[in-house]
Ligand binder design. Structure first.
Ligand code: NFE
Ligand code: MG
Length: 564
């Protein structure tokens, strides 16, 4: 038996450690740990609930909008505030472009190098790369000269020994399967995606004054003024600029990301049978279609045991967090977030250490469960629930992807399915964003300039005590913030975020979290180079900063793989 430790797992946000046991070339068990803590939930106690979004937004620098959205929704829910239609559409635009940008970044910059051997691209014939790319899409940059230029740039890097972002990967690993031409094409698009993502997120700057961390959120709506006659407000010119950026976003997704995803996936179809894990999927739904946000474009729901014939409803009261394997104080009972606490109590080994004893507490991540069941959240959960609910655009996009890959819906329950679902979600949202912009433009055109409901702005109008929850389906999945308010101040605040669900350690009954379960059965060609573990873990797009609400001040340590 080989014992593998990967610490930290890189190309993610935050600090994740995986310990795994490998027998006869397969992972037989795995443990997921986060090894750093900050505790913003505690900082919020005693503050004004209207300020909470500003603090929670700093959980993370990757999903930079999501904790503000979930926070203002939680306060709006507690105080029974109805958000105006224009504000819902502005929020949809901010949320939607975040999803599109984040997923493209994930595919190219955080996940592609698990499948694409950049160094093999040096051996490619640029003419053949161009022919391959032209067979997949009519993206204008796909010419032999262009690919030759990229190849030369890459070889200059390599010859100087300066691989930059491409350093420290398992280049030449036998599990890489793409031909050199496909590797070169994907490398070129990796570089293009860097420029593209910087452009499209300007929508956040227009609607939110900046990115990361847009600044126009406010309890009750959005703080951006709407006035077609003012240069200092959301006007026709700015709406048109957003429209152009949305076209740019959609073109890249349709002509580069999705063709690349399908091309790469076609070489790795065996990964449609690896990495399924728990088999329970949960999404909170997203994209309000009306003022007040009750009707959603993507449906909420739960799928149990991979049964696509039944979608169960979601009830926030059934969420509870265990701390039996997490470094917090607690008496072993799972707590609903209104009752939850974040009292750190570290009992792990003193650094530096080789192994964490997983028979004792082993992570800063808590173990959220829904009706005591572990759940996977994220793009795959969203897409499966929408598919099983008969959501027409989702059915169309999923069927297109399955047909092109020549696989059935059961292939979705896998590492490959997770990565494909992220692309499908991106495609759906990139196509729907112009609809929300059109709705907003029509509403403003009809004379409605309201973006904020300030009826309950004054704490004197609040009840003495109130509690609420705010759901948002973030890029990495189901995100919930829960708040209790007493006499105008925050009494308790708890966030249960997507990577908390997915990265969770075992619960009191020993049930594994989503990463842990997904790794069991994964083939490992070489325990010293566990590329296959990275594939499955990265397919979730981990964000440990969110999961334990931490930042990692020394996050530039190189990956350390130990095999004993
Ligand atoms: Ni820091 Fe996040 C998203 C949230 S965590 S990235 O999306 O919430 O999983
Ligand atoms: Mg929390």
């Amino acid at each position: 038996m080989a014992k593998i430790v990967i610490d930290p797992i890189t190309r993610i946000e935050g600090h994740l450690r995986i310990q795994a046991e490998v027998n006869d070339g397969r992972v037989t068990d795995a443990w997921s740990s986060s090894t750093m803590f900050r505790g913003i939930e505690k900082i919020l106690q005693g503050r004004d609930p209207r300020d909470a979004w500003y603090f929670t937004q700093r959980f993370c620098g990757v999903c930079t909008t999501v904790h503000s959205i979930a926070s203002i929704r939680a306060v709006e829910n507690a105080l029974d505030i109805t958000v105006p239609y224009n504000a819902e559409m502005i929020r949809n635009l901010i949320i939607g472009i975040q999803v599109v940008q984040d997923h493209v970044i994930h595919f190219y910059h955080l996940h592609a190098l698990d499948w694409v051997d950049i160094t093999s691209g040096l051996k490619a014939d640029p003419v053949k790369s161009a022919a391959l790319a032209a067979s997949l899409s009519d993206w204008p940059l796909n010419s032999p000269t262009y690919f030759k230029g990229v190849q030369e740039k890459l070889s200059t890097f390599v010859n100087k020994g300066r691989l930059g972002p491409f350093a420290n990967a398992y280049w030449g690993h036998p599990a890489y399967k793409l031909p050199p031409e496909a590797n070169l094409m994907a490398t070129a698009h990796y570089l293009e995606a860097l420029d593209w993502q910087r452009e499209v997120i300007k929508i956040h700057a227009i609607l939110g004054s900046k990115n990361p961390h847009p600044q126009t959120f406010v309890v009750g709506g959005m703080a951006i003024p709407i006035d077609p006659a003012s240069q200092n407000a959301l006007n026709a010119e700015k709406l048109a600029e957003i429209g152009e950026l949305l076209k740019k976003a959609r073109r890249f997704v349709e002509q580069v990301y999705i063709p690349d995803l399908l091309a790469v996936a076609s070489y790795y179809k065996e990964w449609a049978g690896i990495g399924a894990g728990i088999g329970n999927y949960m999404t909170y739904g997203e994209y309000p279609r009306e003022a007040g946000g009750k009707k959603l474009w993507l449906p909420p729901g739960i799928i149990l045991n991979r049964d696509l014939s039944r979608v169960c409803p979601v009830d926030h009261r059934k969420v509870a967090e265990y701390v039996d394997n997490s470094w917090y104080e607690g008496d072993g009972k799972p707590l609903h977030p209104w009752e939850g606490s974040t009292e750190a109590h570290y009992t792990g080994p003193a650094p530096p250490y080789d192994m964490i004893d997983t028979n004792a507490k082993y992570s800063w991540v808590k173990s959220p469960r829904y009706e005591e069941k572990a759940m996977e959240v994220g793009p795959l959960a969203k897409i499966l629930v929408a598919y099983a609910s008969g959501h027409a655009p989702t059915r169309g996009a999923v069927d297109m992807v399955l047909k092109q890959l020549g696989v059935g819906p059961e292939a979705l329950f896998s590492t490959l399915g997770r990565t494909a679902a992220r692309g499908i979600e991106t495609l759906l949202v990139a196509r729907e964003l112009p609809v929300w912009l059109g709705n907003l433009t029509a509403s403003i055109g009809g004379g409605d300039y309201t973006a904020h409901n300030n009826e309950r702005w004054d704490p004197a109008d609040w009840p003495a005590e109130a509690s609420g929850y705010g759901f948002h389906d973030a890029p990495r999945g189901a995100l919930g913030h829960w708040i209790r308010i007493k006499e105008g101040k925050i009494l308790n605040y708890q966030a249960v975020v997507p990577s908390t669900w997915n990265a969770s350690p075992r619960d009191a009954r020993g049930e594994r979290g989503a990463y842990e379960a997904a790794l069991v059965g994964t083939p490992i060609a070489d325990p010293n180079k566990p590329l296959e573990i990275l594939r499955t873990i990265h397919s979730f797009d981990p964000c440990l900063a969110c999961a334990v609400h931490v930042t990692d001040p020394e996050g530039n340590e190189l990956i350390n793989v130990k095999v004993s």
